[in-house]
Design a protein around this ligand. Structure first.
Ligand code: ZN
Length: 121
């Protein structure tokens, strides 16, 4: 199967669907994060919240851990980050928290070669 964004090969069972398109895992992450981060209202409200809190957005413990790990390592792929976070954190949870961190401009995804690396902003 072929990814409709990067046209790379997708292993059977690895395909994801993003807005009706069959895409690979990497493109799915990038597309879903980009989409969320480009939601101007969400970005504005996250920034407004941060301003209200005196420039320090309130991070939940998981968000703080994600930022600490990314800071320490200089950036990690999602799977590596998940492994470091340990049991109890699901890929879905990580994606949600990461999208929030991206809204707050604390962290972002970066394409390095054919890898998508999560890093601090
Ligand atoms: Zn792809």
């Amino acid at each position: 199967m072929e990814c409709e964004i990067c046209h790379g090969n997708i292993e059977p069972g690895e395909e994801r669907v993003h807005q009706g398109r069959t895409v690979c895992e990497d493109c799915f992450i990038e597309a879903s994060m980009t989409m969320k981060a480009c939601d101007p209202w969400a970005v504005r409200s996250a920034k407004a919240t941060e301003k209200m809190l005196g420039g320090k957005a309130e991070l939940n413990p998981l968000q703080s851990r994600i930022l600490d790990i990314l800071e320490e390592t200089g950036g990690l792929e999602k799977e590596e980050l998940l492994a470091r976070l340990g049991d109890g954190v699901t890929p879905r949870e990580l994606e949600t928290q990461f999208a929030l961190l991206r809204h707050m401009e604390k962290a972002r995804a970066e394409k390095r070669g054919d890898r998508v690396v999560l890093r601090t902003w």
